[in-house]
Design a protein around this ligand. Sequence first.
Ligand code: SF4
Length: 407
Amino acid sequence: MSTSIVKPELLAPAGNFEKLQAALIYGADAVYFGGENFSLRAFGDNFTRDEILSAVDFTHARGKKIYAAVNIYARNADFDALADYLKFLDAAGVDAIIVSDLGVIALARQLTDLKIHVSTQANVTNFHAAKTFHELGASRIVLARELTGEEIADIKANCEAELEIFVHGSMCISYSGRCWLSKFLTGRDANRGQCTHSCRWKYQLVEETRDGEFFPVAGDERGSYVMNSKDLCLLPNIAEVIRSGVTSLKIEGRMKSVNYVAGVVKVYRAAIDSFCDNPDKFTVRDEWLDELDKVAHRPYTTGFFAGDGKPTEIYSTSKPKRSANFLGIVRAFDASTMTATVEQRGKFTVGQRAEFLQPCGETFSQTITEMRDVDGEEIFDAPHAQQLVTLPVDKPVEVWSLMRSPT
Ligand code: SF4
């Protein structure tokens, strides 16, 4: 690695224990999760206290780090339970907490030795704010997503705290998620982890005396999605991102699938390693961009990074697209019979094409020529959710490989 380049941490979302495993097995250096309360994903598959203990063990056994999101804007009534939870996280051994609220930062400092990462929800957009949080005890600042690469580099040059930036995933139309839209329209507060993604809904105009008459507010028969942001993808800018000296590159998506987490982590792992091994010869490979196209996503944008002012909304639809369907996870491989045991996650049948995304090895494709159930009976398809089936594979396949089919 070049002496002037410091390899950044790749930080991945862990929406549940399986996604945490996938993120680490596919190459993340660290993961972040939310507990049952106080993180901003109230509808997520959040971790119980027992699961947090298991997650810390699993992560540390691999020499990697785990951070707990405690990033709600708290109310007075939250603080007794928060005190208890923070003490639990400290005793559990999480490597840091991700916090937005100054009161929660003060409480954590008073009661625990937990490292503090300031959440992107705190909207840090300048080095004065970053330095102030650092002086208040934060070791890391997760910068607001609304910054250009130049501004990020400037903050880095003027602040000693570690910096973390988002490189991939969904974006909010509001300032780094500080938004009242969902609360206003549905009563569910995005700042308490209950966002209903109201910005992605289809909006029309109604004149108040003409009940039921909807007037389009954009020149498109499908309506208007004026607040529906594209998804962030800084892979094309990854060299510049790493050169800026930020400590951690974060992937958004605690609500995304295990297929999404594995695919995106694998791409960024490869890109970071490739750049740091040989910065002068680095190029963004087509196969990485192809992989990012296979997971569910909206059209990609580099967001604010380039500072080019290009529009970042999608006016036609709010539905994500993907170019591959997730079929199952390889749970075992028998080299003597060249068969894989696959846990079903989507419909597949004998005769169809399937590809295997492997944690370390190359992705390969083949036709499913035969399938058997756990009793060894020949079957044509696997109709039951999470059913285990064995099938012959053309090549040795790694456990935790994901089986997918083109859409
Ligand atoms: S409604 Fe949209 S902009 Fe507001 S917090 Fe939710 S995702 Fe973000």
